[in-house]
Design a protein around this ligand. Structure first.
Ligand code: HEM
Length: 483
């Protein structure tokens, strides 16, 4: 709005005076008939929507995905149909545990949520800057996240809550190792890699399925902050990552990531599982690159800042369930939980018709019989509001756009892999990959919160480090002694 534009009410009525309320006499009181004043105060009172229950602090931007390599033998998804093909995108990066105003440089995983506005609907890849996660069953997610939030009594973040949980959930060790390494404090959002993390699937035109893991390699180079710098910046510039991303795009320095995939057939995964003992659908594990090398796919670039943070970045609603024809899910239990969780969260956080908002609406024609509800912006017009099996477009097309059947193992039940599954080897491998300096940083970063927990929790957690690598446990002990 320019300076000389006439202010109006939300209904478009010119406002005579936006500086002086209508009062009974120069000293007041005020008159109920000052509708403009009332509307202004009422709308202000309703400006906030609930923040995301996780990933509340974030930054977003629009961009372009360009195919550089042919993967059409793996997937019939049209966005990959030709080399050079471009698809509009939106990305949102975030921290996880903090509130909307929390510091960008906190030690935390970073969200790496991507939307591709394809001609067959929106594909959302809602990942992190880490290839693995803390838990492998969604039933633990609310408990885990509660340990990352504030203590109900003190309203403070609590190392005791965090390590009480982690020390009793050894499957978390791999991700805990990553979180407390230098990668736990990335230098802004442009200098980190992204990962779809879960195992997803691709389906080609012949109806054949392969499993994939998505990787996004930063072309800006990996850069992390030291723990000391991260703490200093948290005080000096809590919006450091937002400033960095927004500023780079404003000056035309567009960040790019190389999109790559690891690919495996069902048979290859079965052989790998037989050899390693690792469940390929376990989110606490990675697929080592030597077993499943990376294949290049394309370039993901961010090149336009949103005009309005609330409308676009705050109200964007990503969902791992948004997969287009030629893509599918996998039996990963965590992914299965997430397929439900996001849309449900957004029905509450943004509203029944959140997909009607411009940042969420598909950019291709769409037809369904969903009607009405609060804030129905486009409501199907005069089109038929019910389906029947004979109506065009309603005939069954086969499960999941013609996905091949998924073979199941065993019967329904609750399965505790504890003591059977290997929670230590990959965590140890990650530790052994680090340079000596990185190992020292990791142990020092762990010693900070571990120096504040009870001996019982400490000993339980140290035993996990020992099982991953005795040098890991001893390194943390040495760092604790130095404190
Ligand atoms: C956000 C649930 C695991 C990445 C969210 C939100 C919920 C949620 C409810 C808020 C959505 C919204 O209000 O728009 C869960 C559950 C999980 C899980 C139940 C496990 C069972 C994960 C994992 C990753 C991840 C494993 C990464 C691999 C994200 C990201 C966001 C998010 C990036 C922010 C999206 C945005 O920028 O709007 N999660 N999550 N989550 N989650 Fe998860």
């Amino acid at each position: 709005m320019s300076q000389d534009q006439q202010i109006t009410t939300a209904s478009g009525i010119p406002v005579a005076d936006n500086q002086n309320s209508i009062s009974a006499g120069p000293r007041g009181p005020l008159l109920l008939q000052d509708f403009h004043l009332i509307e202004k105060l009422q709308h202000f009172n309703r400006e906030r929507i609930p923040e995301r229950v996780v990933h509340a602090k974030g930054s977003g931007a629009y961009g372009t995905f360009t195919v550089t390599h042919d993967i059409s033998h793996f997937t019939k998804a049209k966005l990959f149909s030709a080399i050079g093909k471009k698809t509009d995108t939106f990305a949102r990066f975030s921290t996880v545990g903090g509130e909307r105003g929390s510091a960008d440089t906190e030690r935390d995983p970073r969200g790496f949520a991507l939307r591709f506005y394809t001609e067959e609907g929106n594909w959302d890849l809602v990942g992190n800057n880490t290839p693995m996660f803390f838990i492998k069953d969604p039933i633990k997610f609310p408990d885990f996240i509660h340990t990352q939030k504030r203590c109900p009594r003190s309203n403070l973040k609590s190392p005791t809550m965090m390590f009480d949980f982690w020390s009793k959930a050894p499957e978390s060790l791999h991700q805990v190792t990553m979180l407390f390494s230098d990668r736990g404090t990335p230098d802004g959002y442009r200098h980190m890699d992204g990962f779809g993390s879960h195992t997803y699937s691709l389906i080609n035109a012949a109806g054949e399925r392969v499993y994939v893991k998505w990787h996004f390699k930063t072309r800006q180079g990996i850069k992390n902050l030291s723990a000391a710098d991260a703490a200093r910046i948290a005080g000096e510039d809590p919006d450091y990552a937002q400033r960095d991303l927004f500023g780079a795009i404003e000056r035309g320095d567009f960040p790019q990531w190389e999109v790559r995939i690891q690919v495996a057939t069902e048979q290859q995964l079965e052989e790998w599982e037989a050899r390693t003992g690792w469940n390929p659908f376990d989110l606490t594990k990675v697929w080592p690159h030597r077993d499943f090398p990376l294949h290049p796919v394309g370039i993901f670039e961010l090149n336009r800042n949103p005009d309005n943070y609330h409308a676009e970045v705050e109200q964007v609603a990503f969902s791992p369930a948004n997969a287009v024809p030629g893509m599918g899910y996998s039996p990963d239990k965590m992914l299965q939980g997430r397929l439900f969780a996001y849309h449900d969260a957004q029905l509450y956080r943004v509203g029944t018709n959140h997909q009607h908002l411009p940042v969420n609406a598909p950019r291709c024609p769409f037809h369904n019989q969903q009607r009405d509800g609060a804030m129905a912006a486009h409501n199907g017009g005069a089109a038929q509001n019910y389906a029947n099996v004979n109506a065009a477009g309603s005939a069954p097309r086969g499960m999941g756009h013609g996905e091949p059947e998924l073979a199941l193992r065993g019967g329904a039940g609750r399965f505790d892999g504890r003591g059977v599954e290997d929670d230590y080897t990959q965590a140890g491998n990650l530790f052994r990959l680090l340079t000596e300096q990185e190992k020292l940083n990791l142990c020092a970063n762990l010693a900070g919160p571990l120096s504040q927990v009870s001996d019982e929790i400490l000993q339980r957690q140290l035993a996990h480090f020992d099982k991953a690598d005795s040098a890991y446990g001893n390194g943390v002990r040495a760092a604790l002694n130095m404190k």
